[in-house]
Every structure is written in structure tokens, then in C-alpha cells.
Design a protein around this ligand. Structure first.
Ligand SMILES: Nc1nc2c(ncn2[C@@H]2O[C@H](COP(=O)(O)OP(=O)(O)OP(=O)(O)O)[C@@H](O)[C@H]2O)c(=O)[nH]1
Ligand SMILES: [Mg+2]
Length: 459
């Protein structure tokens, strides 16, 4: 750990922009800024949390590098809880690099990815799960996923976990007192209390963990693949859903040869949607490869949208395709209903009754709302409302929560088997330890390194 030294980085993205930001944090931040910045007032006289206009001067040559706005923030009310300086300069690559170079020459060190946030954690401003929420917020692709990350950053998840952990620790303390009293009946009374309390805490954690699937979908999105015989309208559906003319559409079966993907926002869920080559027996080499890729996409998909043609009815090949996707979450569309008689559509519907098919016509833009709703229902039971509930979105958190639940189940089983309290206490300690790793009360250097290396430099 190098908490003593001062770090600096470019916090804005690579490339040219209107402005660029160089950020400095640490003991020497003000001394360094004082050397390279010339404003109306000397740097020491600038007030905390104010912005000042001035110039960046190369102290060695005396040359002016850029005109900038500088923010001075005195600890502890800063992002890292250390002294921070942010230099807003013109966002050309050369200028911003030059400023960073000067700052480093004056004694700062180039920050590692996520190091500003890591300091915020190590200095106790946020806990580990909040630090992770910062990355999620940066990476989130839809309004809902960013809201879930913001709630986590605010500490909603931390508070729940901390409360559960505190209860466990209290329980352990309570048990330890009884170890000093060998009388049997005290142990018995305590045992019953411990059991009841353990059960309650376990239920709270299970409830939280149940939000994970929803949370994961918000964060990572769904992988959906459109399959069906050639010419049923797969590419048309991709174009319609994405609002782009992304895939070539013709009335020649076998038009799409490769997989084509688009990202869309479906009722707040980020969906990667993939159009594939129509599946059929073929001797065409290119088309064959396309069909193989389709199979690979199906294997990796969270959801399959299978299309059949209302005008052509259900063929042998449709049943074959249904067979290959039978283990997947599935939505079946009867497309081109504008071309078929009601009676014929009804017959197809009957044959597919087990799949709850949806009638669509992409040409007439029919049935697409039902499709979106069916997908949302398949993955999210009830409304997604990240405002009112705490969503666990992080795999690390989920698996530690599962560990805690497992330990608590073991504690309960031990009690039921009539084991002594000190045995049960070990399981409860393990559960508290797992929860502590989520918020960072007990976490190894390795895990920390892994978490912060996912960040971008400058955050
Ligand atoms: N009438 C009608 N035509 C449609 C509908 N959906 C698609 N089509 C037409 O059907 C033909 C095939 O559409 P595509 O989207 O290329 O079909 P595909 O499934 O991607 O076909 P391949 O790439 O060959 O597998 C095109 O001429 C579309 O305009 C629909 O709902 N109604
Ligand atoms: Mg196509």
C-alpha cells in the first residue's frame, strides 16, 4: 500500500474532447499544483471547494501549456478523503498529457486503475460494495441499471448487510458469555434463541439473494437469439426492434449467412439481440457455416425467439428447430399473420399451444408489444423498481451471500442435531466473515486488487 504518496491521472476518456481533467490526490497535491499553476491569487490562498481560472506553466522552461480551471478540495471532504486538485484543461491529447507529465515531474505518481476509489475505500469514506457500485455506475448501459448501481453506491445494500452482520456478531458475543457458565439450562435457553435468530437472519439474506437474478439482468443484460426457418422474418424483426436497417431483408430464403447483433433497451432491460441464418438442411458451404454459428448462439443464449411463418404453416423443420431449443427460455412468434386467414392461424396456434405463441406481423407492426412484455415477464417477476428494492447485481456479493446462508444452515442443522453451542458458534462466525467480505470489513489484498483492477485509470 502506498497511501503516503500522491497520485495523478487523466480522468477523462482517451481522445479529443472539449475539456480534459487531470486529477491529483494525496499529501503533495497542493504543493505540486502550486508549482505548475499561476492564477490571480497564490495557490495557498485559494479556498477549498472553489474553482479558479489560471494558467499551467512549465516550471522549468516557463512556457505556458494551457489556460485552465482548477478546483482545490481540502481533505477530508473529498472523494478520496485526501487533498485533491482537479485541473480542467482543453481536451486535446497533447495538452492533457503534457499537464500530467508536469504533475508527475513535480512528484506525483501515475495512479493505478481505480486507485482514487480504492483510497476512498481504504480511508473509510465508502465500503467495498459501494466502491464496486462506482464501476457498475460507470459501466451501466440503461437507465434502470444505472439506478440500481446508484442505490448501491448510496449504501442501501451495505446497510442491510451491515445490519445482518451486526446481528450475527451480537449473537456470537451472547453465545460466548454462556461458554463461561457450565450450567446446562443456560446453554439450552441460549441455544433456542440462537436458533430462532439464525433462522431469521438467514431468511433476510435469502430474500436479498433472490433479487440477484433481476439484478444481473439489469447489469449484464440478456442474450437473445432469433431463430427460425429461412425467410420467416428474423432479420425484419431485428431491424424493427432495433429501429435500424441493420440486417439485409429480402424475400430470398437464405439471405442472412452470418450472425448479426444489436443492442436494444427493452422495458429497461439491456438486450443483446442476435439475428441468425435460417436453419435448414443445405449443401451451400457458406450457409452451412451460418447454421453452425446459429447453433452456437443458441447454446449461449438466455432467451430464444423462435419464428414460424403463418402463411406457410408449420413444417417438419420447425419441429426440428423447436427440438434443438427445448431447454431454453423460449418465446414463439407466428409471423406474417397479415398473409394468412384467421382459420389457418388458429390451427397453427393450436399445434403450438404448449408454447403460448404470439401472433405478429412485422409488416403491419403488430404483436411487438406482446413480445416485449412476454420477454420481460420471463425474466423479471413483477415490476423492476430499483428505487424501492435493493438489488444484488454483483456476482462476488451473491456468492458470498450464498456462503453466509450455507453457514447459517449448517448452524441450524448442528443445533437440531444437538451439537454444543461452541460448534454452532463457528458456523455463525463464518457467516459473519462472509458478509464482512462483501462490505470490506474483512477482505484480502488479492480480492481488493482484483476488484480495483476492473476500474479505469483516473477513477
Ligand atoms: N407480409 C409480411 N412479410 C414479412 C413479414 N415479416 C417479414 N416479411 C418479409 O419476408 C421476407 C423475408 O424476411 P427476412 O427478414 O429477410 O427473413 P429472414 O428470416 O431473415 O430470412 P433469412 O435471412 O433468409 O433466413 C421479406 O421479404 C420480408 O419483407 C410480415 O410480418 N408480413
Ligand atoms: Mg435474415
Amino acid at each position: 500500500m502506498y497511501m503516503e504518496d500522491t497520485i495523478a491521472a487523466i480522468s477523462t476518456p482517451q481522445g479529443t474532447g472539449g475539456i480534459g481533467i487531470v486529477r491529483i490526490s494525496g499529501e503533495k497535491a497542493f504543493a505540486i499544483a502550486g508549482k505548475v499553476f499561476r492564477g490571480k491569487k497564490p495557490f495557498e490562498q485559494l479556498k477549498s471547494h472553489t474553482v479558479s481560472l489560471g494558467k499551467i506553466i512549465d516550471p522549468q522552461s516557463g512556457a505556458m501549456v494551457d489556460e485552465v480551471l482548477l478546483s482545490k478540495m481540502v481533505k477530508p471532504h473529498t472523494y478520496t478523503r485526501e487533498d485533491i486538485v482537479e485541473i480542467n484543461c482543453h481536451g486535446g491529447t497533447a495538452v492533457i498529457r503534457k499537464i500530467l507529465e508536469l504533475v508527475i515531474k513535480e512528484g506525483a505518481r501515475l495512479a493505478e486503475p481505480g486507485e482514487f476509489t480504492k483510497r476512498a475505500f481504504l480511508n473509510g469514506r465508502i465500503d467495498l460494495s459501494q466502491a464496486e457500485a462506482v464501476i457498475d455506475l460507470i459501466n451501466s448501459k440503461t437507465k434502470e441499471s444505472s439506478r440500481a448501481a446508484a442505490a448501491q453506491l448510496e449504501g442501501k445494500l451495505s446497510r442491510k448487510l451491515k445490519a445482518a452482520r451486526d446481528r450475527l456478531i451480537e449473537l456470537i458475543a451472547h453465545m460466548e458469555v454462556t461458554f463461561d457458565y457450565p450450567e446446562h439450562d443456560i446453554e439450552e435457553v441460549t441455544g433456542r434463541e440462537v436458533y430462532r435468530e439464525t433462522k431469521e437472519i438467514k431468511e433476510t439474506l435469502c430474500e436479498l439473494a433472490r433479487g440477484f437474478e433481476k439484478g444481473r439482468i439489469l447489469r449484464e443484460g440478456l442474450n437473445a437469439v432469433i431463430v427460425g426457418r429461412p425467410n420467416v422474418g428474423k432479420s425484419s424483426l431485428l431491424n424493427e426492434l432495433s429501429g435500424k436497417n441493420r440486417a439485409i431483408v429480402t424475400d430470398i430464403p437464405g439471405t442472412t449467412r452470418d450472425v448479426i447483433e444489436e443492442y436494444i433497451d427493452m422495458n429497461g432491460i439491456p438486450v443483446r439481440i442476435v439475428d441468425t441464418a435460417g436453419i435448414r438442411e443445405t449443401s451451400d458451404v457458406v450457409e452451412k457455416i451460418g447454421v453452425e454459428r446459429t447453433q452456437k448462439e443458441i447454446n449461449e443464449a438466455d432467451l430464444v425467439i423462435m419464428m414460424v411463418d403463418a402463411a406457410e404453416g408449420i413444417k417438419e423443420e420447425d419441429w426440428a428447430i423447436l427440438q434443438t431449443v427445448r431447454d431454453k427460455k423460449l418465446v414463439v412468434l407466428i409471423n406474417k399473420v397479415d398473409l394468412a386467414e384467421q382459420r389457418v392461424i388458429g390451427e397453427i396456434e393450436e399445434k403450438l399451444a404448449g408454447y403460448g405463441p404470439i401472433r405478429t406481423s412485422i409488416k403491419e407492426e403488430k404483436g411487438l408489444d406482446q413480445l416485449e412484455n412476454a420477454i420481460t415477464r420471463l425474466f423479471v417477476k413483477g415490476e423492476i423498481n430499483p428505487n424501492s428494492e435493493v438489488l444484488v447485481t454483483n456476482v462476488r456479493h451473491k456468492s458470498l451471500m450464498d456462503d453466509a446462508v450455507r453457514s447459517l444452515s449448517e448452524a441450524m442443522a448442528s443445533y437440531e442435531a444437538g451439537m454444543p453451542l461452541d460448534c454452532i458458534a463457528i458456523d455463525i462466525k463464518n457467516a459473519a466473515e462472509s458478509l464482512g467480505q462483501i462490505t470490506g470489513e474483512s477482505v484480502s489484498e488479492d480480492v481488493m486488487h482484483r476488484i480495483f483492477s476492473r476500474f479505469c485509470v483516473g477513477k
